[in-house]
Design a protein around this ligand. Structure first.
Ligand SMILES: Nc1nc2c(c(=O)[nH]1)N[C@H]1C(S)=C(S)[C@@H](COP(=O)(O)O)O[C@H]1N2
Ligand SMILES: [Mo]
Length: 322
């Protein structure tokens, strides 16, 4: 008990400090030097947007005794192919992405279907913060204080029927705003980006529908205004800028599985024992750990969330269902 309390205290302290440091870093990065320096209109607008605070409670059940990945790394090294395939592209190309008004359309086997305003799906007063690892299939990982609500709460409220065996998620399709959807800039993926979870995975307490990180509204490059965070699966399951939730009977198609079925399966559970055909998944580089050449750390089964999710896959051959 004492240990638990000590770690709770530590983590919340880290969060606050990181937010503080991050803002200083942002100001530095934006070239805003010191008092008296004139702030050009555009930069001032970006500072304001980045500082849009959220109201939330810290969920002390979801803390980690690991350092948080600095805000700077979390928001400048991204995968969001709608804005380009380079890690720096999303931060550069998503600055003018329009995230309000935003609706989510619910379709398929559920009692509550239709188009809802984002604030009706995720009530602003019900937000919580959870610190989760997220590991990209490309063997880098991050530790982030996410702000959102459990996906399971939303799913239950929409009242899926017994025919709903899977939940599919769809990203916005808007090539005018998302240059990657227009041509080769998006790496040849099929649009819109789609993802899915089995119903019992969607009802597990871990997955979050996130609207923020580090206590603030999600930066566009991180999937604003709402994205999934499924911490025991490779990062590509954590679909960004969601506009549609569908309750379906059979396993839905998913973007990376469509693009390269031998490399990316439907389940995509983090598993150090099942290598990607072109590289090992046994170790990972933690963003913000220093240089690219800093020692890698071992990847944990289910990204360290086995206690909460291993039962979902009991009896399944995880080499076959990768
Ligand atoms: N719509 C959409 N969602 C996406 C992606 C994408 O290209 N498009 N990339 C995925 C991948 S591969 C990862 S690792 C995470 C990265 O999230 P982050 O940029 O917040 O770190 O987003 C995922 N969600
Ligand atoms: Mo990823």
């Amino acid at each position: 008990m004492i240990i638990k309390r000590a770690s709770e205290f530590k983590s919340s302290e880290i969060t606050d400090k990181a937010v503080y440091l991050k803002r200083r870093e942002f100001l530095k990065a934006a070239g805003i030097v010191s008092a008296g320096a004139a702030i050009p209109g555009l930069l001032a607008a970006r500072v304001e947007a980045a500082a849009q605070k959220l109201q939330y409670i810290k969920n002390k059940k979801y803390l980690l005794d690991e350092s948080l990945t600095p805000y700077q790394d979390v928001t400048t090294y991204n995968n969001f192919y709608e804005f380009g395939t380079g890690k720096a592209d999303p931060a550069r190309n998503a600055t003018h992405f329009k995230t309000r008004p935003w609706t989510i359309t619910v379709e398929g086997h559920a009692r509550k279907t239709g188009t809802f305003d984002l604030d009706d799906i995720i009530k602003p007063h019900s937000l919580e913060e959870r610190i989760y690892r997220l590991r990209c299939v490309e063997a880098w990982s991050m530790v982030i204080p996410w702000v959102g609500i459990p996906l399971a709460d939303v799913v239950k409220r929409l009242q899926p029927t017994s025919k709903a065996k899977y939940v599919q998620f769809v990203t916005l399709h808007d090539p005018k705003q998302m240059p990657g959807q227009g041509g080769f800039l998006g790496g040849g993926l099929q649009w819109p980006y789609v993802e899915g979870l089995r119903m019992d995975e969607a009802l597990n307490p871990l997955p979050l529908l996130a609207v923020g990180l580090y206590g603030e509204v999600l930066p566009n490059q991180n999937g604003a205004p709402v994205r999934l965070v499924v911490p025991w699966k490779y990062g590509f399951k954590s679909i960004k800028s969601i506009v549609k939730i569908r309750f379906v009977e059979s396993q839905p198609p998913t973007t990376w599985n469509l693009a390269a079925p031998h490399e990316y399966g439907f389940y995509s559970n983090v598993n150090p024992e099942v290598d990607h055909p072109r590289w090992s998944q046994a170790r990972e580089r933690r963003l913000g750990d220093g240089s690219f050449f800093a020692p890698k750390r071992p990847t944990l089964m289910f990204n360290g969330y086995g206690e909460q999710v291993a039962h979902l896959y009991r009896g399944m051959d995880l080499k076959k269902y990768y």
